[in-house]
Ligand binder design. Sequence first.
Ligand SMILES: Cc1cc2nc3c(=O)[nH]c(=O)nc-3n(C[C@H](O)[C@H](O)[C@H](O)COP(=O)(O)O)c2cc1C
Length: 338
Amino acid sequence: MSGHDRLHSLMARGVALLGSEYAILGGAMSWVSERNLVAAMSNAGCFGVIACGAMTPELLDAEIAGTKALTTKPFGVNLITMHPQLNDLIEVCAKHQVGHVVLAGGLPPGGAIDKIKASGAKVICFAPALALAKKLMRSGIDALVIEGMEAGGHIGPVSTSVLAQEILPVVANDLPVFVAGGIGRGEAIAGYLEMGAAGVQLGTRFVCAQESIAHANFKKAFIRASARDAVTSVQIDARLPVIPVRALKNASSELFTAKQREVAQLLDDGKVEMLEAQLQIEHYWAGALRRAVIDGDIEHGSVMAGQSVGMVTKEEPLADIVANLIAEAAASLEKRAA
Ligand SMILES: Cc1cc2nc3c(=O)[nH]c(=O)nc-3n(C[C@H](O)[C@H](O)[C@H](O)COP(=O)(O)O)c2cc1C
């Protein structure tokens, strides 16, 4: 069997679930994963996913329609579970008959999974630990993403390699699992597929695609950076648990420290509840990311990036990035079989 045949056979389960040519999910990235990048990903044979982030239902409605105008291939929508209008967003997805909804940002609230499934869509959730993977499996989801702390954006505490070893042997027979975090080359894709993954999810590697609308400064920062520049945010107040974010080192760390102090003070004064405090932190990140991705302020905005950023060396058409990943994965499978 050639390397390409072996790759297709290892990706078969993921491909059947997604309806794409390759079992490669585009990791949803707020502000970056909009219609142009999502459509380009799906057109290149991957599975593009719109990042809804903090969008209103009206904006999501327009983004889905805009994406449909650019591709006839399947794509999905990523919704953040703590979004105050989650139910309305699910209805927008249902109206458009979106085939796959990815739920990110914590355990889905009661009813959300059933509501999505009732629309005929498949539900994909994130599991940061084995116990949660098992719990989610029982709730009727269709696939899991396990994402290690090498990833860009909000991260958990455990590395991709450890999560893959803990979760794949137990879960992957019963449920398709996509591995994310730190994947920059095809050899790593091949490795996780051989360990039992149904596919992979990549974010950082796609940011500098020509089709990506990220500001030229944002892309330049990615091209210049190495793995060690993609660092995690620091929590300054034990009472205010903030989810760590991995981004390129810049002056915005001080801004985040100031924001945490401000929100902790509001908590102290009883002016906000914990949920509202956490939402304020999330709004901060959405604003900071926008400042970097859209406005190009890569000093005071948040340049979220994973450790694989060192493997991003130029701006190139998305189809070329995908072709490289596939060639590397196939060659590595061919070598291992020889
Ligand atoms: C700039 C950026 C923004 C991101 N925004 C989101 C988001 O809004 N929602 C989400 O679920 N994941 C988000 N992520 C995580 C990606 O979806 C993906 O899981 C991650 O990038 C995979 O790891 P990698 O960066 O090592 O490839 C973001 C990642 C980056 C780099």
